[in-house]
Design a protein around this ligand. Sequence first.
Ligand code: HEM
Length: 127
Amino acid sequence: GKPIIPYEEIGAETLSQLVDAFYARVAAHPKLQPIFPNDLSETARKQKQFLTQYLGGPNLYSEEHGHPRLKARHNPFAITPARAQAWLECMSEAMDEVGLNGMFRETLYNRLVLTAHHMVNESDSEE
Ligand code: HEM
């Protein structure tokens, strides 16, 4: 039957391609590029670990870095509503690029919308 663990449904290979496609867009986005490091390889490696466990796979992120505490880890960066929107646009385009669609895509995207909005720590006017 259909796998019930989202991580198994997407698979490690497609998840890795999704994260790479995502950070290629982040690196080129005028609203995001300024707050990210120039070399995104370590960021991408951590995001692959994080999304693996977010989707019910092995706890790769926590095993290496401890509890995600995502909101706290984003505190050093000005996460405005405009940047959250930009992050989500990059993710949506990356999902297009790797061919995610249907219910799986919709469910994952909707979860990421909530998580992205949760990261907002500054208003647009202060950007
Ligand atoms: C790290 C920005 C949303 C997961 C980071 C970093 C920045 C950033 C600047 C630091 C990169 C580095 O130094 O390597 C943003 C912005 C967001 C956002 C502008 C817009 C809302 C999210 C969401 C998730 C997420 C929704 C999870 C689904 C992570 C992870 C890290 C990270 C796992 C690595 C943390 C670590 O250093 O261990 N983010 N982020 N971010 N972000 Fe986000």
